[in-house]
Ligand binder design. Structure first.
Ligand SMILES: NC(=O)c1ccc[n+]([C@@H]2O[C@H](COP(=O)([O-])OP(=O)(O)OC[C@H]3O[C@@H](n4cnc5c(N)ncnc54)[C@H](OP(=O)(O)O)[C@@H]3O)[C@@H](O)[C@H]2O)c1
Length: 268
């Protein structure tokens, strides 16, 4: 497993983390991921998987970088503080490594939310502050509302089929030292051929490149995301076997020609 720096923190996080939306695999897939170095686990109060994550990381907490999220309906100061407490109780832990705002809420002043996030860092309950589903303008506003700490990450939709963030968000994150945590990197399994794989133009190229590098389509789709600067991915799987497969998407690189062929096959 290769690692990338989280924002400008000096903290190294794996290129492949473990997503847990709709996760129902029990402890073993997450434990296998941790063993293989995919030690960033992403959950959220919304997912109702924090308790399952707590069970999986029990006895291994020192090896794990734990990321969770506060719901956008909990962005008033007191609600943020309570949500963090509730998450920690479910996770059976006392510190969140990365606390992310799940999505923006225009109904709550951003300064109030970011102030509460900073308060959590001051109290030692949260180590780093991140956001999710924020546009470039929203990231800027959130950063300007903070007085002490940086936004270290933005968790956003990114995969071969959904490349919109290449237009402005990735360049902005590179410029400002913010990690892009790519969610749904397998397009919900469709790039991996989970459901019947119907090769379209993109699929044919994906399959050809996978054969060339002797990897699976899932591994190529994940590795393609990693060809972008500042990006890490958090695929979700309930299976130990597919956890191993996904972890093996790190540690090697597609050639520039293969990346270019995939870019062309799945145009922006
Ligand atoms: N911040 C947000 O708003 C937001 C939104 C969506 C997701 N997320 C985060 O991102 C994570 C990943 O996104 P996602 O769950 O939406 O989609 P995803 O990771 O793109 O796809 C998950 C699907 O792919 C299948 N899969 C995984 N690895 C596979 C492989 N090697 N071969 C074949 N199929 C494979 C899984 O099935 P099996 O489980 O059966 O293997 C599952 O059905 C989430 O779990 C969550 O942590 C965040």
């Amino acid at each position: 497993m290769k690692y990338r720096e989280l924002g400008g923190t000096g903290e190294m996080v794996p290129e492949i983390g473990l997503g847990t939306w709709k996760y129902s695999g029990g402890p073993e897939p997450l434990r296998k991921g941790i063993e293989l170095g995919a030690n960033l686990i992403d959950t959220a109060e919304m997912y109702r998987t924090e308790d399952a994550v707590g069970v999986a990381i029990s006895g291994r907490r020192d090896k794990v970088f734990l990321a969770t999220k506060v719901l956008s309906s909990h962005l008033r100061r007191d609600a943020v503080l309570k949500a963090a407490d509730d998450s920690l109780r479910l996770l059976d832990d006392d510190v969140i490594d990365l606390y992310q705002i799940h999505s923006p809420n225009p109904g709550v002043p951003i300064a109030e939310t970011m102030g509460a996030m900073e308060e959590l860092v001051d109290r030692g309950i949260v180590r780093y502050i991140g956001v999710s589903n924020f546009s470039v303008a929203q990231m800027r506003e959130a950063q300007q509302a903070m007085t002490k700490y940086p936004i270290v990450s933005n968790q956003v939709l990114y995969n071969l089929k959904r490349r919109q963030i290449e237009r402005d968000l990735i360049p902005d994150c590179v410029e400002n030292n913010i990690t892009v945590i790519a969610y749904t990197p397998l397009a919900d399994g469709s790039l991996a051929g989970k459901s019947r794989f119907r090769p379209d133009k993109g699929g044919e190229v994906l399959e050809r490149v996978a054969k060339e590098v002797n990897k699976t389509r899932a591994q190529v789709a994940l590795n393609w995301c990693l060809s972008r600067p500042n990006v890490i991915v958090i695929p979700k799987t309930n299976s130990v076997e597919r956890t191993i497969e996904n972890c093996e998407a790190s540690g090697w690189y597609l050639t520039p020609a293969q990346v270019a062929a995939l870019d062309e096959a799945y145009p922006l």
